[in-house]
Ligand binder design. Structure first.
Ligand code: PMP
Length: 368
């Protein structure tokens, strides 16, 4: 894939659906009317065709190569977003008599608990709500159930801008489950530590409409009989995500992003690029003499979503309006917390992070 200039494209800091790599969009455009000589678009193609079989297989192969997955891992391309995983996960992996542990580090972690409680027992093993979710808990703060069906955590908290530097350690025999919706494949992944990880594609991996699940094959033994078909990990795995019509186009674009990530040097290189982008924005915060106030405590800062406040709502409004006028889009904080949020996912170019950092300095000089 070739890279062209960013001339007419805005700096997109949206939290998701988010920026896609320009070479991927160009490839989609080039192939839109005639995919690989088939004379039709991927949008028009049977999910049982040889061409689509090739697309989904290549996407899985690239994901396996990026994440270092072996035959003991199952890859699923599902629908329903990460939100459906909040209920699909306990339905499949938590026995009727069992309880599951959740670490609550933000809005989405809470939503996961709420859904899990609808169908059985879920226990909060630790929370940082008391300080406005400005950090993730230290290992010593977690009270873990050694009998839990699994331990669930959210690796990156999209709204608050916090991220776990390293995953929590579950008790022996308890599978670790992670909602990686906002930092999947943004840094090296030690998949051996996890029983299951899931992520909606629309931030780091592709467009909205497909949700990735990677799980240890042996966990399929827990799947109870009688689940609705499309909510059954085992059935979906047996049918290689083709039990029913999958989100074909979203899988195709996600496949192109995965191939692009490989071309760019894989997860270690992605991690370095993402850390460098985030550092530019955090330096603009830290060097601002408290003109900008980061929400996350330094030890829990996210490389994906940088969240900060200005002196008051009026200053934030002016900041966002001026940023927009400079071509810096999508910076408004989540409606539940306000302020500013810059999302710097895989496809956000370094130039965008640098442009934001430059604008932050300029705005401060003008207003400070
Ligand atoms: N988990 C996290 C960490 C998220 O950021 C989001 C979406 N912003 C979700 C879950 C919900 O994802 P979806 O909209 O795909 O259901």
């Amino acid at each position: 894939m070739t890279t062209t200039t960013l001339a007419k494209r805005i700096h997109n800091f949206g939290a998701g659906p988010a920026a896609l790599p320009l070479p991927v969009l160009e490839r989609v455009q080039a192939e839109l009317l005639d995919y690989a000589g088939t004379g039709m678009s991927v949008l028009e193609m049977s999910h049982r065709s040889a061409a689509f079989e090739g697309i989904i297989q290549k996407a899985e192969d690239d994901l396996r190569a990026l994440a270092g997955l072996g035959s003991d891992h199952v890859v699923l391309f599902l629908q329903g977003g990460a939100s459906l995983q909040f209920s699909m996960l306990p339905a499949n992996l938590r026995a009727a008599s069992a309880s599951a542990d959740y670490v609550v580090t933000g809005h989405w972690a809470k939503a996961a608990v709420k859904e899990a409680e609808k169908s059985g027992r879920a226990r909060v093993a630790g929370t940082t709500e008391a300080t406005g979710f400005d950090r993730v808990p230290a290992a010593g703060e977690l009270q873990l159930d050694p009998q839990a069906a699994y331990l669930h955590f959210t690796s990156n908290n999209t709204i608050y801008g916090t991220q776990w530097a390293t995953a929590p350690e579950p008790p022996k025999g308890v599978p670790l489950v992670c909602d990686m919706s906002s930092d999947a494949l943004s840094r090296p992944l030690d998949i051996a530590r996890y029983g299951l990880v899931y992520a909606g594609a629309q931030k780091n991996l592709g467009p909205a409409g497909v949700t990735l699940v990677v799980m240890r094959r042996e966990l399929l033994e827990r799947v109870p009989a009688g689940l609705p078909a499309v909510l059954d990990y085992k059935l979906m795995a047996e049918n290689r995500s083709l039990y029913n019509t999958p989100p074909c186009f979203a899988i195709y674009v996600t496949g192109l992003v995965l191939a692009w990530l490989r071309e760019q040097g894989g997860l270690a290189a992605a991690g370095e690029r993402n850390a460098a982008k985030a550092a530019l924005v955090y330096e603009a915060i830290d060097g601002s003499d408290a003109f900008y106030r980061g929400h996350a405590q330094p030890g829990s800062r996210s490389a994906m979503n940088v969240t900060f406040r200005l002196e008051d709502a009026a200053a934030e409004k002016a900041f966002l309006a001026d940023a927009q006028a400079e071509g810096l889009d999508g910076l408004k904080g989540h409606r539940s917390v306000g302020g500013v949020r810059a999302s710097l996912y895989n496809a956000c170019p370094r130039e965008s992070a640098a442009a934001l950092a430059g604008f932050m300095g300029e705005f401060r000089r003008r207003r400070g």
